[in-house]
Design a protein around this ligand. Structure first.
Ligand code: HEC
Length: 109
């Protein structure tokens, strides 16, 4: 009987189709999570989109920050606690995994 053979073909084809988008979703998920972090923690003061003005005029837009600082120094700042001379900005500290996601997001700007 060729039934078993046929069944195997039917099951293996959809599996192959599912595997590819799943791999892409993992890569995108990081930047997407970073965007959510930025949205939750930073967006009430900073513009977190590629263009546009910040809600708080003194806070540089992220599109500006990524041009001003190399990613490594931002990563270090986020790990040790992001403090600026400006009292309006709260001290922010992120977990290494969240920092990686955050930087992946910044790279999309
Ligand atoms: C309550 C408002 C507020 C929030 C929330 C906030 N910032 Fe800021 N941020 C500011 C202000 C105001 C400045 C400008 C500080 C200055 O010029 O001294 C600033 C400056 C910065 C700078 C530039 C520092 C420098 O020395 O030039 C970076 C980088 C930064 N913010 C990152 C972030 C990140 C990342 C988040 C979210 C995790 C965040 N900020 C959340 C208000 C905020």
């Amino acid at each position: 009987m060729a039934g078993g053979e046929l069944k195997r073909v039917f099951f293996s084809v959809p599996m192959a189709i599912v595997a590819v988008p799943a791999a892409i979703a993992v890569a995108e998920g990081r930047a997407e999570h970073g965007r959510e972090l930025a949205q939750a923690l930073c967006s009430r003061c900073h513009a977190i989109t590629a263009s546009g003005a910040s809600p708080m005029p003194q806070a540089p837009p992220f599109s500006e920050i990524v041009r001003r600082y190399p990613p490594e120094s931002l990563a270090e700042a986020l790990a040790e606690g992001l403090v600026t001379g400006h009292p309006a900005m709260p001290e922010i500290r992120l977990e290494p995994r969240a920092i990686a996601d955050f930087l992946a997001f910044l790279e999309t700007l």
